[in-house]
Design a protein around this ligand. Sequence first.
Ligand SMILES: [Zn+2]
Length: 303
Amino acid sequence: MQNLRRVAGYDVQYFATVEPQKRLAPHLHMAIRGTLPRAEIWQIAAATYHQVWWPPVGEPRFEGEHVPEWSDGVGYVDPGTGEVLPTWDEALDALDEDPDAEPLHVIRFGDQVDVQGVLAGTPDADQCIRYLGKYLTKSIGECHTPGNEAQREHMRRLADALRYEPCSPTCANWLRYGVQPKNAKPGMVPGRCRSKAHKPEHLGYAGRRVLVSRKWSGKTLDEHKHDRRAWVLEALGLTEEDVDPDRYTWRPVPPGDPELRPLTHRLLREISRRQRWRTALRLAEARAGGHPVEDLSAMREAA
Ligand SMILES: [Zn+2]
């Protein structure tokens, strides 16, 4: 991602979503603004990788009831021998000193990199936006419904394996491999880490589902918002004085409030509001450009 964010020394603007493929590997859909040679994107994808240097997790050292015990002032110890397990920092130091050490995980892009040029405002662009927006309100596990018993079994096996896979330096699962987790504290049990990565609905992906660039233009989101507002006011021929700052009353909505509509209703209402605004803006632009407003009545109805 770091390489994709910064191409040829400048930040690119992008909007991306992560979805599971049928085999449950994460798949990235990314809309990038600007023109880039396809060959360059393929080279960047091929050269992009991330290594995770963590202690090895081959054979588990502690399983079932046989798990390390906490000892105050000492840390986790082997319940059989009383040996103090290496701390996280000690385990990392051992990794540094091992000339044969290899990263525990290496993450790369797969072979399938499909690059398409799309022009703004075309049906192609609309289709891409629909695709990127489709899963915004769903968790990653809801994007994919297993179609047969083999796929259901595959999901179960993944969830089982994830239960004992260490998800981060602070994960309790390190105890299974004889290492004290970073910031170890009493009560840690392998297989009981509550982090997102172990939950079946996240399919092992604990990161963000939606990735959006922020620093592409040197402006903050607030500055962009302010620019858009100034532009809209100008297009509508309004000034700051025309806007009533008290037109909304804000109050927290408690759960179960009868006025709180279901999420789908709220989203649809927001979409229709946006469409009304867009039509109003187009009408204002048409008037400013000297086009007859009657020609736009069909557009208003469509929205
Ligand atoms: Zn964990």
